[in-house]
Design a protein around this ligand. Sequence first.
Ligand code: CTP
Length: 456
Amino acid sequence: MAKSTKKDGKVKVITYGTFDLFHEGHRRILERAKALGDYLIVGVTTDHYDESRGKLNTVDSIITRIENVKSTGYADEIIVEDHEGQKIEDIQKYGVDIFVEGSDWEGYFDYLKAYCKVVYLKRTPDISSTLVRKDRFRIIRMGIVGTGRIAPRFFDESRYVSGVQVVCAYNPCRDGTVDSFRVRCQCRVLSGEYKRFLSDVDAVFVASPNETHYDYTKRAIEAGKHVLCEKPLAFTVKESEELYALAEEKEVVLMEGVRTAYLPGFQQLLNVAHSGTIGKVVDVEAAFTRLADPRSREMTDFRYGGAFLEFGSYGLLPVFKLLGLDYKNVIIQSITDKENGIDRYTKIQLEYDGALATAKSGAGVKSEGQLIVAGTQGYILAQSPWWLTSSFDVRYEDANKVDHYESSFKGDGFRYEISEFISKVNGTGGITYKLTSEESIAMADIVERFMETRKK
Ligand code: CTP
């Protein structure tokens, strides 16, 4: 046992973990950690911290994970770990003598030797949360509809999410993207009957051209498949409502893939805005612009391309999340390309009781891609690219006072959306709040109004 220099002579030991799906390996490390001293502190990670360090698909809630640690009777104190660098703070704050982790972390925490003794205990063989997860939930076989730009990115990111495997893709046209996807991802591409493709998978990611989303989604749901569909899910409220009702009837998951909605950093931004720090929210202003390839579909397809259909959902997302769905008035204005008829720039203005919002999207127009949430006490500024939220500021009247928030953001962000989808499919994701069906239907409402304006 290590000699303590503290007055009470107690040797304090600390260890950390997620402790998801509590198993024998967890129990044994706690038992041995406790035996190294007199007082054991166990740090249990928050969901948010796990997500931000790329540990996705945790099944148990933090309450359950804490309860499980507590019920072993080894922990004298349980704390939560919610940020990088906290271990050093805790060791100093609690006067810790020994830091313990499993041997899978050998060497990784040697930097803590400057503060206390560091012990790596042999990991219990043949058991881990990952293995229990695999036993409990079968791997979801996923198919991608479409082999365009998004498909390989989705394929790559799916590898970071446990419990899912992309097994094939589907494209009825044998265009150039088919071969490049097949070669790059080493993944089968089916081109015949959609039904045949559906029979090989449990779930689909619809990443085909915008106008085909509704149809592919509907047929997949009818076949009893879970669907994650790229935005926009549908072009009318009626279609969108129909799809959600059908998914409910067939008891499958339907999720619209507005990537930002599932990012830990964006969730944090919403929580800060909702917490009252900036007072009452009175204005939300979001912009998303991209100078896309002039030959690309979004720059040439006058019916279903253009700035709004491509990027508009991003701007509407913070508006709906922060101001709700009771908008009183919607103004839609576009700058249309005279040659090909696409909207190069679209501004959607929404009026609420006591609040206003603007969502700007540009294709072939460049502007500052920022999100500003104005409140009665201060404002939030998330700089470009706010839709891949990794940091934001809260600013006040006193320009010297700035609260800066950082959230780690891994890959290109798809993994958080995929992870949410898989936990919903497995029934472990809890209540849907990141993007509700009502919010998704409201997006279809704005799309429908936009399409009417465009026709005129
Ligand atoms: N641990 C152990 N033996 C195991 C599994 C975990 O000693 N078979 C230890 C880890 O080394 C760590 C603590 O238990 O010190 C908490 O680990 P955690 O990451 O929560 O559990 P894992 O089962 O390793 O989770 P995952 O499969 O998600 O990595």
